[in-house]
Design a protein around this ligand. Sequence first.
Ligand code: SAH
Ligand code: SF4
Length: 351
Amino acid sequence: MSQKINLLNLTKKELGDFIVEKGMKKFYGKQIYNWIHKKYVRDINDMSNISLKDREMLLELAYIPFLNLLKYQVSKVDRTEKFLFQLEDGKSIETVLIRTKDRNTLCISSQVGCAVNCDFCATGINGFARNLELSEILNQVYTVERRLIKQNENLTNIVYMGMGEPLLNFENVIKSLEMFSDEEGINISKRKITVSTSGIIPGIEKLLERKIHVELAISLHSAIDQKRDLIMPINKTYPLIDLHTTLVAYQKQTNRRITFEYLLLNNVNMSEGDANALANFVHDFDHMVNLIPYNPVEGKPYETPAEKKIEKFLSILEGKRKVNVSIRTTKGTDIDGACGQLKRKVEKDNK
Ligand code: SAH
Ligand code: SF4
């Protein structure tokens, strides 16, 4: 039996080629792309400007997949919405909608699990399963956008900050962000799309080579190699000095501000020495440092620091060292907090 083609896994060019190859009119390529990526239809029968005969042929040859919503939670505190989606092979991923006054930001996953294995993170606990397909990345955005449209709202920003390391699923992540920023699709500018990475240097270099000027967030968490090695073993492969050099090149080419994420881990990375190392690292960049109070993960030895300690760390950075810094308020604390945690809860409840 020949397998049906997943139309959502095709780029605009691939879809166009497929349409021509099957003997359909060339301009159908654009129309079908529009139905899928702008109108978010999931039923080929709904493509009303495609002839009945060609719709029937498409139904034989192809399909457009859904994401199955396994669990949905909405925060009473800040209206954050969490979606746990089931994939075709039964695996699941998380997507989070964060609402602020003037933005609807969707935090999407790029992999099932993660191989980077940062010591503090829930996503890596069960290891790495697989990369997400292009259609699985797109569908997180399209599913939530469809819900928002019904409420007369839209997504305004996308962040690759859910499960997984986006730069280790490079091709599908890049295809998805090119499609998100395409005028014939959801049309969210690359200035409003952020890729968050643990510092995969070859991935950043590939962005440079291909001149893909997306917003970059670097999960730094320590600017001292010996410490970063312990909490983020990836630092042994891509140490701070090399990361710094690559980021200088990235900023030179893109002219974009770089965001540095810095988890606040009590008694681990919050001393005066840590603050100074952080200030030295970001000094050369047009930067923003986001301080993120740790969201506790069961079974991990890390703690969230007390308010006073956060203030002290902040005052060193802002005062003496003139670092641009903001504290990320944790969203959706009443609905199982940070990335990877909703999924773990569902898995536990089902045991
Ligand atoms: N793999 C990418 C993107 C996904 S992780 C990366 O690491 O950048 C998104 C962000 O959540 C990262 O900055 C990560 O360090 C942070 N994070 C992981 N576990 C966390 C936790 N328990 N509490 C708060 N932030 C966490
Ligand atoms: Fe992977 Fe990011 Fe979690 Fe590290 S913090 S294990 S890179 S998802």
